[in-house]
Design a protein around this ligand. Sequence first.
Ligand SMILES: [Zn+2]
Ligand SMILES: [Zn+2]
Length: 569
Amino acid sequence: MKVLVASAWPYVNAVPHLGNLVGSHLSADVFARYARLRYGKENVVFVSGSDEHGTPIEVEAIRRKTSPRELTDQAHDYDVKLFDGWELSFDNYSRTESPVHKRFVSDFLMGLRDYLEVKEEEIPYCEVDRIYLPDRFVKGTCPYCGFEDARGDQCDNCGRLLSPELLKDPRCSICSSKPVWKRTVHWFFNLERLEEDLKSWLERAKFPKNVEAVAMSWVTEGLRPRSLTRDNSWGIPAPFPGAEGKTIYVWFEALLGYLSATVEFFERKGKKEEWLNFWKGQDVRSYYFMGKDNIPFHAVILPAMLLASKKGYSLPYMIAASEYLLYEGQKFSKSRKVGIWIDEALEIMDVEYWRYLLIRLRPEERDMNFAWKEAIRIINTELNNDLGNYINRVLSMIKRSFNSVVPQISNPSQNDLNFRAFMEEVVVEVSKKYDDAKLKGALESTLQLAREGNQYLNRASPWDAIAKGRMEEAGTVLTIAVNSIRTLGILLYPVMPTHMNYLYSMLNLGKVEDDVWDSAGKLTIKPGHKIGEVRTLFKKLPDDFEKEVEEKLKDARRKIEAVRPPLLR
Ligand SMILES: [Zn+2]
Ligand SMILES: [Zn+2]
């Protein structure tokens, strides 16, 4: 089996905030790390990249008297470093300016010719700014829900896909004047001809409810042709004869980035043809991670393009779209300084505490709220108490009473056998949740093992047995328990890779990356194995952390503001 892990390409003109990150890159990374352990490194490719074309950046470059490419070079480099800091293990983090991407997009779109039509169109044009206004640069009232601040491409309130002429009271989003409509020619992708194929595919697919609902409502409301080309200059030139001076609409080309980044990854490895193993055949599972506003593009437009290419490319196997993350009960807002952006976050706390928190609070089925009070509680009770204490109790007893050597198992009690069985069950359950892209659920089930481990120790009280000289009884408990700590190391690795490798060094076991997921529930640490040095894995956050967090955040903002490249300030 081949697993393609794809996270939505962020538009490179803004630093992602915590909610953006957990929706796409972080969730995708956690899943990719799981998949590598479970299905083998060589069978997993994890791709994404910077979406850098389009009017917003073109306008920004004009305003700053520089070139769009200079702005996106800086922003892309900044993001790449930042994602390293977040331990995101992309196999290829590409960009839409990559020559491989540009070539791929041109070839791919030429192959869609049967589904293209040229239409004369009236496009909103702002006479004040002297620019054709792309869909999202026109604002107005949504015809479906009455939301007054709907964009011409999509309504953020009801989620429906729009086009500018559907908006009531349209206005230019740069200067608020009323646009005029000018004639121009554009190339359209004939989505409605794929409606039946899409519908039957969606009916067969097992997507989460939020994805299914949005995708089905699109298809049943009827698909309209969508314009593939734009009249701006910052983008990939439209390859169609007669389309000189036009570029490809960013959404269409960014979606093709999943393919081109796979191509690029294998070209760099000198194995040019191997990319097809991840895009064709029955044995491919592709997982896409994104925020919910990207659902239509991944559940309708991308599969439509793949079908229209008639190349037999695999359609999405799983589309995991997160709901919104709120910050202290409010929507993230850069202008109102509500929320934390991912470069600021790294100044405040250990990256893996963040990773744990964000997956714990992942808005999987409903909106979730990030609140510091709760975040501190989670770190102090779950990481420090449930996990940290359990690990420390077991390893310390082996060190103290068994000279760091894992003892024999003899005559296991019912309590021992029950916990053994529970270890195996947890691994099965966590695997299933990962396969369904239920990362929050997987983490909760994993935590259950640590909690149950603490209970197991309390019931067995090996310290009593040791005090009374019943070393065989204590040894049996501790050997099962130390194996369950290895189980935790494997199951938690996708979320906290550095900490779990540190845990593995305490167990004297090498790297988690080299271990095998399917063995996680087994007793592979054998009697006679010598464990490593016992150290502290997690720390409580200090009592004054909550009180001081606003101050820390202000300091972080000041520091970050000075190092962000111009486009991202
Ligand atoms: Zn609406
Ligand atoms: Zn204007």
